[in-house]
Write a protein that binds this ligand. Structure first.
Ligand SMILES: *[C@@H]1O[C@H](CO)[C@@H](O)[C@H](O)[C@H]1NC(C)=O
Length: 294
């Protein structure tokens, strides 16, 4: 194992911090590349001004910034779903079981999806809805936002070559430099052929956004959850069993024979690329009536 604990630390830290600022920005910047005309025009107008420069990338971290403020404390539980599963032996997401009470990321995406297109709301309410969608579609692709183990959270200290490290310091700078390549990989590289499957969102069927009208896609499937976010949550949650919790503690994650870090990086990159692409598809369906993507 090379960097095993770094990832855990990173992933644990992000229970609080999502993908971190850089990761969320990456999701937003990727989405910007794939917006259809109407979606793009709404984003342009809604996020205009010196704060966001009409960019989903710059607006994506907002929800993490405000959750620590008094006036937005209510939004903190909306960043994740505490799946009551038992990774690594059993992973599952069940909306009725895991998203009761004050709601979770599943109901939040449904709520802000209906609000962002609600023309009876004020511009600032619709902008807020857009920023929440921008952020939560990122978070739902993060495995630690879709699991029930509170294994230390930020308390996990990662040893890397004898020093304390965390995922933010190691992974997020790496992510930022990789961001242009993530877009390239979707457009012409290794993700190109699988990208069309990222926006298929009913497991076990050929349900595809292009083949149905926007209303059907956005129709709540169960209670107030939308179909696609539930599929995305299950996909993230599956990584908890297949990878995230399979590390051995007490390893030096930076030792040369440690393969956890090298195993984590492609998963993180894939999830960020996917969620950026999905964010674009989501907004395109809402504003242009179709994903407008290959
Ligand atoms: C939807 O979002 C609005 C604005 O943040 C909030 O006031 C409302 O309680 C939410 N509704 C649900 C069902 O979560």
């Amino acid at each position: 194992m090379k960097f095993s604990l770094i990832l855990i630390s990173l992933l644990s830290a992000v229970k609080t911090y999502g993908w971190g600022m850089k990761g969320h920005e990456a999701v937003g910047f990727i989405a910007m590349k794939f917006l259809a005309p109407e979606a793009s025009s709404f984003v342009e107008t809604s996020l205009s001004g010196p704060q966001y420069h009409s960019s989903l990338g710059l607006a994506a971290p907002w929800a993490d910034e405000v959750r620590r403020q008094k006036g937005y404390a209510w939004s903190a539980p909306l960043h994740f779903v505490d799946a009551e599963d038992q990774p690594p032996t059993e992973c599952s997401v069940n909306q009725k079981r895991d998203c009761a009470g004050n709601g979770c990321i599943l109901t939040a995406i449904a709520n802000y999806t209906s609000r962002v297109v609600d023309t009876s709301l004020s511009d600032s309410d619709r902008q807020e809805a857009l920023k929440f969608i921008d952020h939560f579609i990122g978070d739902i692709g993060q495995p630690l936002h879709v699991e029930g183990i509170e294994r230390g959270g930020n308390g996990i200290h990662v040893q890397c070559a004898g020093k304390k490290n965390n995922l933010h310091s190691l992974i997020f700078p790496a992510l930022r430099s990789k961001m242009p390549t993530l877009i390239e990989r979707i457009q012409t590289g290794e993700y190109q052929t699988s990208a069309s499957n990222w926006i298929v969102c009913e497991p076990g069927s050929n349900f595809h956004w292009e083949s149905v009208d926007a209303q059907t896609v956005l129709e709540p499937s169960l209670d107030d959850t939308l179909n696609c976010p539930l599929v995305w949550a299950k996909e993230s949650n599956a990584y908890d069993c297949s990878f995230v919790w399979t590390y051995d503690s007490y390893e030096d994650l930076c030792s040369d024979d440690n393969d956890y870090y090298s195993g984590a990086v492609p998963i993180i990159e894939l999830q960020i690329a996917k969620q950026g692409y999905r964010l674009a598809a989501w907004l395109n369906v809402l504003f242009d009536g179709k994903t407008n993507l290959p």
